[in-house]
Design a protein around this ligand. Structure first.
Ligand code: TYD
Length: 137
């Protein structure tokens, strides 16, 4: 399972650092939505879903957190701890976010608006969905 983690270009000078993200140049999709999580309580795990038709890039712009990715056959754990790192999550990928540091701000760039119909929130349903999809191929 290939994990795509971008290292965005940093513009640093003696004042500090700056990262600029441009649609299609730095982010491989049209950005239709941005949301972010903060003040996440200790021990909380979030996510527990996959999307049928949604691409996302997760950036922990402050603090750190971990993301467990699961494509139905393999799992990978990714640590996000730099404000210039972006984890790309394609369709059909189960994700869980956890181990948030108390100061963590996890920002998500998404390729579509919020649509509850696009979510698969049950893990067995997720496995069935990807199995059926690979049988159709
Ligand atoms: P939720 O789906 O529980 O977050 P996660 O599964 O990623 O931990 O979302 C929490 C609430 O926020 C829920 O009531 C739906 C709402 N929400 C929106 O209104 N728009 C959004 O883009 C997102 C991601 C969530």
């Amino acid at each position: 399972m290939q994990v795509v983690k971008y290292a965005f270009q940093q513009h640093g000078d003696d004042r500090g650092m700056l990262v600029a993200l441009e649609e299609y140049y730095d982010i491989p999709f049209e950005i239709k939505r941005i949301y972010y999580m903060y003040d996440t309580k200790e021990e909380v795990h979030r996510g527990f879903h996959a999307h049928k038709n949604l691409e996302q890039i997760l950036i922990c712009i402050h603090g750190s957190c971990k993301v467990r990715l699961d494509n139905g056959t393999e799992q990978k754990i990714v640590l996000l701890e730099k404000p210039y790192e972006g984890l790309y999550i394609p369709n059909d990928m189960w994700r869980e976010m956890y181990d948030f540091s108390p100061d963590a701000v996890l920002m998500v760039l998404a390729s579509d608006y919020y649509r509850e119909e696009d979510y698969i929130r049950n893990y067995d349903e997720f496995l069935n969905f990807i199995r059926e999809k690979s049988n159709d191929r």
